[in-house]
Design a protein around this ligand. Structure first.
Ligand code: FES
Length: 520
């Protein structure tokens, strides 16, 4: 069935109820300039750059905030619209000290680009009434309130994207703010994780990355796309490279899995790449001291020792351990070296400790040792059961998607001996004793099976060994599980029932499960 329609610059187009005029325009290739709009967040309508004409409306309307309506006749490119946008640029320029010559954001500033596009070279309005000195109280981020256009994107990036809630909305009259702080967003450093999402969201030079200051203009840098080397989320990064040096890192917008988000490590933790402390030559230990050596010398020495060991004791006297931070290609080569060249299967990987139980458990249960859902699926979940995972610290970007879903109404149950940061978002915290995860899960399965709450068609068609599972689980009534875990039996029953009632539900676990001896 065809959806409702409106007219956009004379063309009839369909839209989905709930879409804004801006979203309909973008989908149809019609460009409307924006400044304060941050995709996925509540529109504030603060900057007035996205104004459009809607036939019959008394004033121009902000397309980022106005829902599309059946039969609307919209013009995005009239003289009236252009005049209003020019005025908006002039007012924003007048609101602060926008000196592009020395601004770190020169070349990336959206206000600068709009002034150029709309031919605004000066403002008719008087300059800023409130002097606003630099705020240099953060090791990573420099704040220049004199360039802040009060668009609110940093507030939204913090509160709605990362959900750190470190930048309270600065609503209220200027006179109520602290002297010298104007009306600008202020940071609560107790809540701030230094993820730098606010910097990425800032459309002007009000928030800039300290480490990148003075190192290069945007047009001098090459953007190289790569994957973050830290946790396993796989965030997509842009390395901004000048003269073969990384001068800053930003997130790739619109790319899975991180959709423009990064944590403090991914965004700011790249110093190691150019650290003078990195080894640049092999070292050979002689008489208890390391000395520098050439690659040829080091490789010959290692090969000779390997050969001697194999000749004396056979290849199984050798073993190799590689690193989880290596690339797939390096890990592949490492196992080839040991299996094919040296002739031993004694090759291992440090993820043996943390991830191997997942691979073994999932491969046995589902046929593949990888997570069964993508981060994009987090949006769809109505309930999360998070056990053994301090997500906000270990996988911060993944945690943002849980927090986003909770803000939209999903239920979160946290099972963890510690009150981790996710507790603030959880409706229930099952504070189990360390190492009692299996008892807790058995207790919950006892409720699901004995009350007939499990998915019977799935069990019948997709599983084997259910009767054995049932027999084992029946040994764990909630009261017994409560004894082992310290979690009240009523809570175990109640959580199991809620888990069954709220679909789709998602299970999230990490090392707090898999690093136990019972991790598989
Ligand atoms: Fe719509 Fe700012 S982008 S009002």
């Amino acid at each position: 069935m065809a959806g409702p329609k409106l007219t956009l610059n004379g063309n009839e187009v369909e839209f989905t109820p709930g879409e804004t005029i801006l979203q309909v325009a973008e989908r149809n290739g019609v460009k409307i300039p924006t400044l304060c709009y941050l995709k996925g967040c509540t529109p504030t309508g603060a900057c007035r750059m996205c104004l459009v004409e809607v036939k019959g409306a008394r004033t121009l309307v902000a397309s980022c905030a106005m829902p599309a309506g059946e039969g609307m006749e919209i013009q995005t490119d009239t003289e009236k619209v252009h005049t209003a946008r020019r005025l908006a640029v002039e007012l924003l320029l007048a609101s602060g000290e926008h000196n592009c010559l020395v601004c770190e954001a020169n070349g990336e500033c959206k206000l600068q680009a709009l002034a150029y596009e709309y031919g605004v070279d000066a403002s008719r309005f008087p300059g800023p009434l409130h002097p606003a000195p630099l705020i240099d109280d953060n090791p990573l981020i420099l704040r220049d309130p004199s360039k802040c256009i009060l668009c609110g994107r940093c507030v939204q990036a913090c509160n709605e994207v990362q959900v750190n809630r470190a930048i309270p909305a600065p609503w209220g009259p200027r006179k109520d703010q602290e002297p010298d702080q104007g009306w600008y967003p202020l940071v609560d450093y107790d809540q701030c994780t230094h993820c730098g999402q606010c910097v990425q969201a800032c459309p002007v030079g009000a928030l800039t990355e300290k480490k990148a200051m003075g190192l290069g203009r945007s047009w001098e840098t090459e953007k190289v796309r790569t994957t973050c080397p830290y946790c396993g989320v796989g965030c997509q990064l842009w390395l901004h490279v000048k003269d073969n040096r990384i001068i800053k890192v930003t997130a790739v917008e619109e790319a899975q899995p991180n959709r423009g988000r990064l944590c403090v490590k991914g965004r700011f933790g790249y110093d190691f790449v150019h650290s003078p402390e990195r080894l640049t030559t092999p070292l050979i230990k002689e008489n208890g001291e390391f000395r520098e050596a050439s690659w040829d010398e080091a490789l010959d020495l290692v090969a000779a020792k390997f050969k001697a060991i194999i000749a004396e004791s056979g290849p199984d006297a050798l073993a190799g351990v590689s690193c989880a931070r290596s690339t797939n290609e390096d890990s592949y080569n490492m196992q080839k070296l040991f299996r094919a060249a040296l002739g031993t299967n004694n090759i291992d990987h440090c993820a043996r400790v943390c991830h191997a139980p997942t691979v073994a458990g999932l491969a046995r249960s589902f046929g593949s040792g990888a997570m069964t859902n993508s981060f994009a699926d987090f949006d769809q979940a109505k309930m999360f059961f998070v056990i053994g995972s301090n997500m906000t610290e270990a996988h911060p970007v993944a945690a943002t998607f849980v927090k986003n879903a909770v803000l939209k109404g999903a239920d979160l149950i946290l099972a963890d001996p510690r009150a981790t940061a996710l507790k603030e978002f959880a409706s229930t915290h099952m504070q189990l004793k360390v190492g009692s995860d299996v008892a807790l899960i058995n207790g919950m399965m006892h409720v699901l099976i004995s009350e007939g709450l499990y998915d019977k068609p799935y069990v019948d068609s997709c599983t084997t060994g259910f009767d054995q599972l049932k027999a084992k689980v029946m040994e764990y009534p909630p009261e017994r599980a409560a004894e082992s875990t310290g979690v009240p039996a009523e809570m175990i029953v109640e959580v199991a029932r809620r888990l069954a009632a709220n679909k789709p539900a998602m299970l999230i676990y990490t090392l707090g499960i898999t690093e136990h001896t019972c991790g598989v």
